[in-house]
Each structure stands twice: as structure tokens, then as C-alpha cells.
Design a binder for this molecule. Structure first.
Ligand code: ADP
Ligand code: ADP
Ligand code: MG
Length: 651
């Protein structure tokens, strides 16, 4: 009989959003958490969230997150009873799993033998064929001579896919449409496989046309039980990498679901699977989803990035199940107790710039706010703490590993968050997710949020016409430049500025006639001068978000954020110098002086009004005090940074 003592402490051998996500469940279960971190991650969110954190080396993953000995040493040093590997890094490394077990630590994952059985795509397919699971037609032979491979490709029938058996993450794959291109494609695939996986072995697969990626979440325990938690559709991919995932799969009828889920359970049983795993299938959807046109592709022997959509529709916390199963418990639910509720969709938010071919965008996050409330209009004014909302219902789920003022480093995957929406229908989930993604306020880093938003509202997508070539097919509709901001966006910006101006802020300002001004807009170093005398009406459907924070005013529309540079936020404008000096925030003309030397003033009281850049700025008292010095003269011109008033603070 297996020991079922609950795990009380857990080391998470990962970083970013998945480390944070695992910590959340562990904490809810009363488990002490230990994070590990590299140099670059010293201040990362997962380190701050864990109960304890251990430094494991330099920033490159090869010298930190991928060094098994350091992770095991950290677990032993902190007395962690178990190790959760997350996804990526060491999660599918059977030797590491064995070392963890040999060190007397609980491995939150399948047996090393199951990992090994599914580790190489050719061996996995052989095993599945033996178990009676339908696999993608192709060649799995040991004979890797170019002539033999070419002959097998011809026998399979073009188009074919050459796949590195050790491949992963969409790497080491080449589609070949024409036999004349086979030899070159093979060499290039093998070269990539050698450098990425240290293994040049390839297999040949029939390239499935009208392909859809459908996968099934499976779960086993150490008592021989295996269940499935239904399917996910991950067909929206870019370069074979998932971008948007959903559950259930659009157009899946109950009989086909039954067949594919049964095949997945069979696959898991064939390798005595324990824990969370995913069986990936490729479907020929040229005539809809049909059970006889869905084939096994590979198994991922770990928690999947897109596991939240399954959690949302089943109400199961998969990390909790992993921890229970790892401690020897029986699966919390039987198959009959699991059912699908509604529709869930996830978008992967990357710090990358679609306009430069999706190059990563790294650096500090001056602004990073992902709302979890779906709304069509949102006004948040942190200076006054006021929120203005309207009636669009629903909430989303945010999984992230970064925070405002944090840093996205160049060392790791640029995925900074996952945004998930669960609703009753697919359409609601997609549009709800579009709202959430569109409202993501991020600056100055570039992200794929506008690209995601465009995908989510693309009519073909909304109708469920998904396939793995979708993004390429709609490329020009979903990759486009939003800068500069539309004219009408400036209206709500001015409105929020006026509201802030009403409040007793350290240096207040007021826009006299908001509709007749110009304003400077910064878009990552490029300046635009907006003419606020637009006369255009405010487009309600477009749902801009306008936020004032200590670092600037940001406006966000459909996933793109701009910073509006406001004089108040320029270097010398805070006026809260410790010695009570009120400085001129910019060059301008003094149009009113409201106090005299010796006057006592109260916090928020207007002292001097300055006109600059066609706007009036009221400089107000930052605290209660007495006017000790007054150099501002009505009508006088002043330079930026000049002391206008000096206050003595009241005792
Ligand atoms: P990886 O290990 O990189 O995830 P997979 O074998 O899972 O590799 O394939 C990744 C993606 O490549 C799939 O999701 C699918 O979009 C595409 N793909 C894989 N095999 C085929 C195939 N035989 N026909 C068409 N597309 C395929
Ligand atoms: P709502 O009823 O909440 O306004 P919509 O269906 O109009 O919902 O829009 C949901 C999301 O899709 C919003 O982010 C909106 O900006 C976007 N959207 C809707 N239609 C279009 C369109 N034709 N072009 C671009 N974005 C659109
Ligand atoms: Mg895969």
C-alpha cells in the first residue's frame, strides 16, 4: 500500500507564471513553498511569493534552472519533501526525475520510465501502435540514410513532415511539399535537431491537411486509475507554437469526443501513467472532426501551459490533483464525476513585437496591469482611488510571473502571462477574452496583445473555423501597427486629466478648455503632437482604458498602450521637495499669484498659476504651512526648475 502522508513542503523547480501558479495552490493546501532563482530572477515574482527562496546560479538556464544537482541540493538544504518541475526546463527529464527519487524526495510527476517511454517521438509512436492507438501514418525506422528516408517519404505520400524524434517546442520540423526539396529539408532539419536536442534522428509523417491540434488531458494515480478531463483545441499556432487555446474543441460531437478521450486513456495506461499528462492528436478537419481522422502525435508527460482552460471547464485544480497523487492519494474524482461546464479560452501574452517578426521585447515594465474584470469601458484613477465601470459582465483569470516595476530579461521564454476567460458559450469566451487582452496596459515593452485581440475578434475565429494555418492565412489582418493613437482617444485622456486636476494633488493643474489644446504623446521614444480640437465623437465600442499613475498617463486600446506625456509628470514637477520649494515644472508665464509672503496655507491650496504649452497649471501647497519665500511675479516668464514659492511646514 502506498504511503499517503500529505506533502507539507514543496520546492518549485521553475520560474515565471507557472512557478507562481503552483505556489498559489500549494499555499491553499497549507504546503510550505520553496522557490529557486537565478541572478536575473533575484527580484522575480515567484521569489517574492514563495515562503523561502534559494539562489541556484547565474542567469542562463543552463547554469541554473537546468542544473539538476543544484535543485536537488536546494531541496535537501531547505527540507523540501517534494519537487514540482512545472513545464519546460527539467520537467520531462527522466534522469532528473530518477535523481530526485534517489535523493529521497517526492517527484511530482510520472515515473521516470513513463517519461522515457514517451520522450522520443518514434519510440512513443511504436508503443502507441502496439497499444492500439491510431498514430499519424509515417516512417519510424532506424535506417536514417537519406535515400531510405526519401523513399519512405514518397511511400507515405507528399506533403510530408520531417520531425526530429527528440524535438519539442515546435522545433526540428520541416514540411516538404515537393520531393525535389526533400534532401535539403532533411539536412536543415537534422542540423537544427543536432544543435537543439543533440540528436539527429528523424521520423517521417504524413502532413495532415486542414490540420487541427486536439489534445486530451489525462490523469493517473499510483493505484492504477486513469481518467481524462476532456479535450482542448490548440490549433491557433505560430510556427507550430500555441498562441490561443480553448476547451472544449469547436465542433466536437459527443461520439468523436468519446473516441478520442478513450484513445487518450488507452495511451496513458499503456505507459502506466501517474500524474497529469497530455496526449496530443492531429486531426484532419477537412470534413469536420471525425474519429477515424484523428491520430496520436505525441505525449507531454507534465502539466501543460494551457491547463487552465481544462480547469475552468471541469472545476478541477490540476496542480492540487498532482500534489495529492504524488503523495499517494487516489484520484479525487472518477470519470463519471467529471463533466464539461461552459467554454474556456486562453491567450498567451508575450513580450514580443509582432511588427519586427515577433522579436522579444525586454526591459523594465513601467506599466503592467492586466485586468480580470471584463468591461466595455474602464476608468481607473489611482490618484483619487475612483473607478468608473459600466455593465459588461464577467471576470477572467490571470496567470502571470511579472509585476509592474519588474523586469523581463532576455534569458528566458518571453511569455509573461496567460489570460483566461470562462463563459457559457464559445462566443462569449472569445469576446470576453478579447476585452481582457485588449485592456492589458503594458508600457514601454512591446507585446502581442494587439495581435491576440485581432485574432480573437476575427470573424472566422469567432465562428470556430480554426486550423493550424489560421494565423498565416490571416497574417495581414492580425499583424498591424496601431501607432499613433486615433484622434478621438485623446478625449478621454483629457477628461481624466481634468478630473485629476480637480483633486488636491501636490502640484495640481487644470485644463481650461480640454477640447482646444494640443498634447504630447509618447510612443516608446517617438513623439506625436495630438490636436485635441478633434471634434470627433468618442467611439464607445472601442473601449479605451485611460489610467493615471505616478509615472504618467496611459491610454490603452485593443492591446496597444501609449504614454501621454503630461508636464505634471516631468522631472521637476512634483513640487514636493523636502525643503518645501515649489518649482516651476516647465518654462512658462506666471498668470496668477494667489498668496503673499507670510500667509499660512493649507494642503491643496492654490499658490501660483502658470501657463505653459497652452495649458494652465495650478501649483498647490503640498502640505499645511507658511509662505516663507515668494519669487513668483504675476506676468513673469520663468524657466523650468525655478523656485517659485518656498513653504515652511507647520509644526
Ligand atoms: P512538438 O514536440 O514540437 O510539440 P508536435 O509533434 O507536437 O511537436 O507538433 C507540433 C505542431 O506541429 C502540431 O501542434 C501541429 O500544428 C504540427 N504538426 C505536427 N505533426 C503534424 C502533421 N503530421 N501534420 C500536420 N501538422 C502537424
Ligand atoms: P461589446 O458588446 O462588449 O461591445 P463587441 O462584440 O462589440 O462587444 O466587442 C468585443 C470586443 O471585440 C471589443 O474589444 C471590441 O473592441 C472588439 N470588436 C468588436 N467588433 C470589432 C471590429 N469589427 N473590429 C475590431 N474590433 C472589434
Ligand atoms: Mg507537441
Amino acid at each position: 500500500m502506498t504511503d499517503t502522508k500529505p506533502i507539507t513542503s514543496l520546492l518549485i523547480a521553475n520560474r515565471g507564471e507557472i512557478a507562481c501558479r503552483i505556489i498559489r495552490t500549494a499555499r491553499a493546501m497549507g504546503i510550505r513553498t520553496v522557490a529557486v532563482y537565478s541572478d536575473a530572477d533575484a527580484k522575480a515574482l515567484h521569489v517574492r511569493q514563495a515562503d523561502e527562496a534559494v539562489h541556484i546560479g547565474p542567469s542562463p538556464a543552463r547554469e541554473s534552472y537546468l542544473v539538476g544537482e543544484k535543485i536537488i541540493a536546494a531541496a535537501l538544504a531547505t527540507g523540501a519533501e517534494a519537487i514540482h518541475p512545472g513545464y519546460g526546463f527539467l520537467s520531462e527529464n527522466a534522469d532528473f526525475a530518477q535523481s530526485v527519487i534517489d535523493a529521497g524526495i517526492i517527484w511530482v510527476g510520472p515515473n521516470p520510465d513513463s517519461i522515457r517511454a514517451m520522450g522520443l517521438k518514434d519510440a512513443a509512436k511504436e508503443r502507441m501502435i502496439a497499444a492500439g492507438v491510431p498514430v499519424t501514418p509515417g516512417y519510424l525506422g532506424a535506417d536514417q540514410s537519406p535515400d531510405r528516408l526519401a523513399a519512405e517519404a514518397a511511400a507515405v505520400g507528399y506533403p510530408v513532415l520531417i520531425k526530429a524524434v527528440a524535438g519539442g517546442g515546435g522545433k526540428g520540423m520541416r514540411r516538404v511539399d515537393d520531393p525535389a526539396e526533400f534532401a535539403d529539408a532533411l539536412v536543415s532539419c537534422q542540423r537544427e535537431a543536432a544543435s537543439s536536442f543533440g540528436n539527429t534522428q528523424v521520423l517521417i509523417e504524413k502532413y495532415i491537411l486542414s490540420p487541427r491540434h486536439i489534445e486530451v488531458q489525462v490523469f493517473g494515480d499510483s493505484h492504477g486509475n486513469v481518467v481524462h478531463l476532456f479535450e482542448r483545441d490548440c490549433s491557433l499556432q505560430r510556427r507550430h507554437q500555441k498562441v490561443i487555446e480553448e476547451a472544449p474543441a469547436p465542433g466536437m460531437d459527443p461520439a468523436t469526443r468519446e473516441a478520442i478521450c478513450a484513445a487518450a486513456v488507452k495511451a496513458a495506461r499503456a505507459v502506466d501513467y501517474v500524474g497529469a499528462g497530455t496526449i496530443e492528436f492531429i486531426a484532419d478537419a477537412s470534413e469536420g472532426l471525425r474519429a477515424d481522422r484523428i491520430w496520436f502525435m505525441e505525449m507531454n508527460t507534465r502539466l501543460q501551459v494551457e491547463h487552465p482552460v481544462t480547469e475552468e471547464i471541469t472545476g478541477v485544480d490540476l496542480v492540487e490533483w498532482q500534489l495529492r497523487v504524488a503523495s499517494g492519494e487516489v484520484l479525487p474524482k472518477r470519470q463519471e464525476e467529471l463533466s464539461i461546464n461552459g467554454w474556456a479560452m486562453e491567450a498567451r501574452l508575450y513580450a514580443e513585437n509582432p511588427l519586427t517578426g515577433f522579436l522579444p521585447s525586454t526591459g523594465r515594465l513601467d506599466r503592467f496591469y492586466l485586468p480580470n474584470t471584463i468591461r466595455s469601458t474602464r476608468w481607473r484613477d489611482p490618484v483619487r482611488g475612483a473607478t468608473f465601470e459600466n455593465d459588461y459582465p464577467g471576470t477572467g483569470r490571470i496567470e502571470t510571473g511579472v509585476a509592474e516595476d519588474g523586469e523581463v530579461s532576455p534569458f528566458y521564454d518571453p511569455m509573461i502571462a496567460k489570460i483566461i476567460c470562462h463563459s457559457e458559450t464559445r462566443r462569449e469566451a472569445a469576446l470576453g477574452l478579447a476585452h481582457l487582452v485588449g485592456d492589458a496596459e503594458i508600457w514601454p515593452l512591446r507585446t502581442n496583445a494587439t495581435f491576440l485581440h485581432a485574432l480573437l475578434v476575427q470573424p472566422d475565429f469567432t465562428c470556430g473555423n480554426v486550423h493550424t494555418g489560421f494565423i498565416e492565412q490571416h497574417h495581414d489582418e492580425v499583424v498591424f501597427d496601431m501607432a499613433p493613437p486615433p484622434q478621438w482617444l485623446l478625449d478621454p485622456v483629457v477628461e481624466i486629466l481634468a478630473k485629476i486636476g480637480d483633486a488636491a494633488t501636490p502640484v495640481g493643474f487644470r485644463l481650461n478648455a480640454p477640447a482646444r489644446k494640443t498634447i504630447r504623446v509618447m510612443d516608446r521614444g517617438t513623439e506625436f503632437v495630438g490636436n485635441l480640437d478633434s471634434g470627433t465623437t468618442y467611439d464607445q465600442r472601442a473601449h479605451p482604458v485611460v489610467t493615471a499613475s505616478d509615472t504618467g498617463v496611459f491610454a490603452t486600446l485593443q492591446g496597444t498602450t501609449w504614454q501621454f506625456e503630461i508636464p505634471r509628470f516631468s522631472g521637476t514637477s512634483t513640487g514636493t521637495a523636502a525643503d518645501g520649494a515649489i518649482l516651476s515644472p516647465m518654462p512658462g508665464r506666471i498668470i496668477a499669484v494667489a498668496v503673499a509672503t507670510g500667509d499660512s496655507v493649507t494642503k491643496g491650496q492654490k499658490l501660483v498659476t502658470l501657463e505653459a504649452m497652452k495649458m494652465e497649471h495650478s501649483l498647490v501647497a503640498p502640505f499645511d504651512g507658511t509662505v516663507a519665500e515668494l519669487s513668483a511675479v504675476e506676468g513673469g516668464q520663468v524657466q523650468e526648475g525655478v523656485v517659485l514659492v518656498r513653504l515652511d511646514k507647520s509644526a
